[in-house]
Design a protein around this ligand. Structure first.
Ligand code: PLP
Length: 461
């Protein structure tokens, strides 16, 4: 399988190169040159597989020659050994509502499903090439801890995560700073999240520095993350349908960067019988407005109770755009240019109609999010995290839809307490965090201070 850029400016590359490249070198996103079609027989056979064996089957056509079947199997099994549930992504019930729990990984959020696998992929490909990778990222909470958990202790990788000092929740801070592996560097900046992001951007745009120090990112534009996330759609369908192809299933997906729901869209394009994809946003509703009105236009970011979805520019949107425009890279480039120039993309009537067939969308306010958490808890005893509650609320007209649970409620106890008056009992990975030894360095929110700090580690013999 070869990968192309959504903007057409990259010679086709293999899976390993696509994974190591992350963002395409022409600024676009990497997509497979074609999508495999899964036959009815395959879907039926897959419905009986464990999560891990299913993951190997789903991923096999995408990895091509770059991993042998045995290598892929080894990577997949090691990646999901860190999960606390034997089903990896189990289905649960909240009354009549079906919930697909994606939070049983080491940081109790769904990003573990992709980042545990990505960390192992990086290590495998780096061992083969003899190269090194230095990951740098800014976090306001969830992504930092999942990225650290994905690469801690890995050979040939260093990770530097910048967070705004005192501005992430104590649990989130501890999830990062209690990881004591030598290759993990937590930098608490005396500044805001925007400062942290600005510094990371500045370091990446310093091309000489970026190349010399082999800087890389783990953000949600990496193709391997999307690929890993398609697996649980196949898994949930198999468990619920028993392989009956006549049974179509709907999913409700709380989304910010368009990553998770795009994985479901791909699964459907590959032939999975998905009825409806419900795209659920919070008050930051650029994607919902796109589906409703055929207009993709920027506004400002609002802080909500579901902070992992407080996003304006959805970084994976360009992948969907590529399919919406019939895989025409020149057309994608033109639209992206319009976006950069005008801050908006207008879609034709036909394009909008197609988008409205691909997704139904709903934007859920904080008030309704809390109300949903309360209603589900009092009706069924099941605690939703605020992100998951956004998806459950959006799915209200479709009681049969499976709702993706993207974080354990104990990660967002402030919202849980506000909604239902009790704390969620913490899973194992969140217990005792405040008493564990931690390591973190404080730095000025200043690009050259961070650059010097990176050099200190990376220039050491
Ligand atoms: C990252 C995240 C999301 C949004 O995922 P996307 O890939 O941006 O759609 C939702 N919920 C939680 C808890 C997250 O951490």
């Amino acid at each position: 399988m070869k990968y192309l850029s959504t903007r057409g400016g990259v010679e086709p590359v293999g899976f390993a190169e696509a994974v190591m490249m992350g963002l395409a070198t022409d600024g676009g996103l990497l997509v497979p040159e074609s999508l495999p079609k899964i036959s009815a027989e395959q879907l039926q056979a897959w419905s009986r597989l464990s999560f891990q064996d299913l993951a190997c089957e789903v991923m096999r056509p995408f990895v091509g020659e770059d991993l042998s079947a045995a290598e892929l199997q080894d990577l997949v099994y090691r990646s999901y050994a860190s999960f606390q549930h034997p089903d990896i992504t189990p289905l649960a019930q909240a009354g009549e509502r079906r919930i697909l729990e994606l939070f049983h990984g080491p940081t109790a959020a769904f990003k573990d499903v992709a980042l545990q696998f990505l960390g192992n992929l990086f290590e495998h490909f780096l061992a083969r090439s003899g190269e090194r990778l230095n990951i740098i990222g800014a976090t306001s909470g969830d992504t930092g801890s999942a990225a650290i958990a994905g690469v801690r202790g890995k050979e040939r990788i260093q990770i530097f995560i910048l967070h705004p000092k005192g501005r992430v929740s104590p649990v989130q801070e501890r999830q990062m700073t209690t990881v004591l592996d030598d290759n993990v560097h937590n930098l608490a900046l005396r500044g805001t999240f925007d400062d942290a992001q600005r510094i990371v951007k500045a370091l990446f745009s310093d091309l000489a520095f970026k190349t010399r120090y082999r800087l890389g990112a783990v953000n949600s534009i990496n193709w391997a993350r999307i690929l890993a996330q398609t697996v649980y759609y196949f898994y949930a369908w198999g468990r619920l349908s028993g392989g009956n192809l006549k049974q179509k299933i709907s999913f409700s997906v709380p989304t910010g960067n368009f990553g998770d729901v795009f994985a479901g869209y791909l699964a459907r394009r590959m032939g999975l019988p998905i009825e409806r994809l419900i795209l659920a946003t919070n008050r930051n509703d650029i994607l919902t407005r796109f589906v409703h009105h055929g207009l993709y236009s920027l506004t400002s970011v609002h802080h909500t109770l579901s902070p992992a979805m407080d996003i304006q520019v959805a970084s994976n949107f360009e992948r969907y755009l590529y399919y919406l425009l019939d895989e025409d890279a020149a057309a994608v480039s033109a639209r992206v240019t319009a976006m950069q120039r005008d801050g908006r993309i207008e879609f034709s009537r036909t394009e909008h109609q197609r988008a409205a067939e691909d997704f139904v969308a709903s934007a859920v306010s904080d008030v309704d999010t809390l109300e949903q958490m309360r209603a589900t808890y009092s009706g069924t005893g099941y605690l939703l995290c605020p992100h998951t509650a956004v998806g459950v609320r959006a799915a209200a007209p479709w009681p049969d839809a499976v709702c993706l649970a993207t974080a354990h409620p104990a990660k967002f106890n402030q919202a849980v307490r506000e909604a239902v008056g009790v704390d969620a009992p913490p899973p194992l990975c969140l217990q005792g965090l405040l008493d564990k030894p931690s390591r973190c360095e404080e730095l000025a929110a200043d690009t050259s201070a961070v650059r010097e700090r990176l050099k200190t580690t990376l220039d050491a013999p």
